[in-house]
Design a protein around this ligand. Structure first.
Ligand SMILES: Nc1ncnc2c1ncn2[C@@H]1O[C@H](COP(=O)(O)OP(=O)(O)O)[C@@H](O)[C@H]1O
Ligand SMILES: [Mg+2]
Length: 260
């Protein structure tokens, strides 16, 4: 049985997509420069969850995302994606899981400059050995889904920041992963473009993705279903601010004002 089939079977049994339990991470343990970043983080996410993670600079947000995405190893504790313990996977299986089940979105987009939008979106499909003609069609569908079908042949430097981030999101969706991890995806965008990205994430969550997004922007964070704060190595859920829940209404009002 392939990992993908095994993961799908586990998923049917158990709708938990991400299960993080008592995670600890220490950089350079026992040395003078030891940093005790995560001290018992637990978090569960299901299909359709869109959660945001905030916290002071250097508190370990990227570290936590990198461990969940299989890029960094923890010192102790467990991370399961669709019921599969990441720590139990050999390198090949971990790479496969990363490419098929996790989509990444970064602050700096991470696109390849000399590839077109379409070719950038095709990368994860090529890595998964999808036939070129199928990959091309799939990538085009994904560009449509993020509203960029008319920009397929553009290179990153011919697109705006918001458009590049949409291309990056289309690329993250290429192999239809259950999980999207986004590390400050709106950090290089203005507020209204950032809001458009949040709207896109909300749509994707409604279609069943589990999305964990790190952000510094309080208003954007509170547009998600749940807001978590990482502080002193542990994660705690933050009460949602009702004043900030109106953010979508405010945006509509701003747009109406612009039209007037
Ligand atoms: N590879 C590494 N080696 C040693 N220390 C690291 C490494 N990566 C991050 N750190 C340290 O761990 C802490 C958390 O970093 P990070 O997860 O990037 O925080 P955040 O994303 O919240 O700003 C910081 O003090 C940082 O310097
Ligand atoms: Mg960071």
């Amino acid at each position: 049985m392939t990992i993908k089939n095994e993961l799908i079977e586990n998923e049917i049994e158990n709708q938990l997509i991400i299960s993080i339990s008592n995670l600890h991470k220490i950089y350079d343990p026992g040395r003078a420069n030891e940093v005790n970043v995560l001290r018992g983080v637990s978090l569960e996410m299901r299909k359709g969850d869109f959660f945001t993670l905030m916290g002071p600079s250097g508190c370990g947000k990227s570290t936590l995302l990198n461990i969940v995405g299989g890029l960094t190893k923890q010192n102790s504790g467990s991370v399961k994606i669709n019921g599969v313990e990441l720590d139990s996977l050999k390198d090949n299986a971990l790479s496969e899981l990363r490419n098929l089940h996790i989509g990444w979105v970064f602050q700096s987009f991470g696109l390849i400059d000399n590839l077109t939008a379409l070719e950038n979106v095709m990368i994860p499909l090529d890595l998964a050995d999808v036939e070129d003609s199928v990959a091309r069609l799939t990538a085009m569908e994904l560009l449509k889904r993020v509203g960029l079908e008319d920009r397929a042949d553009h290179f990153p430097d011919g697109l705006s920041g918001g458009q590049n981030q949409r291309v990056a999101i289309a690329r993250a969706l290429a192999n239809d992963p259950e999980v999207i991890l986004a590390d400050e995806p709106t950090g290089n965008l203005d507020t209204s473009t950032g809001l458009e990205i949040i709207d896109l994430f909300k749509e994707l969550a409604a279609q069943g993705k589990a999305i964990l997004m790190v952000t510094h922007d309080v208003a954007l964070a509170h547009a998600a279903q749940k807001v978590f704060i990482l502080r002193n190595g542990v994660v705690a859920e933050e009460a949602k601010d009702p004043a900030l829940n109106g953010i979508q209404k405010d945006k509509a009002e701003i747009e109406t004002e612009k039209e007037m």
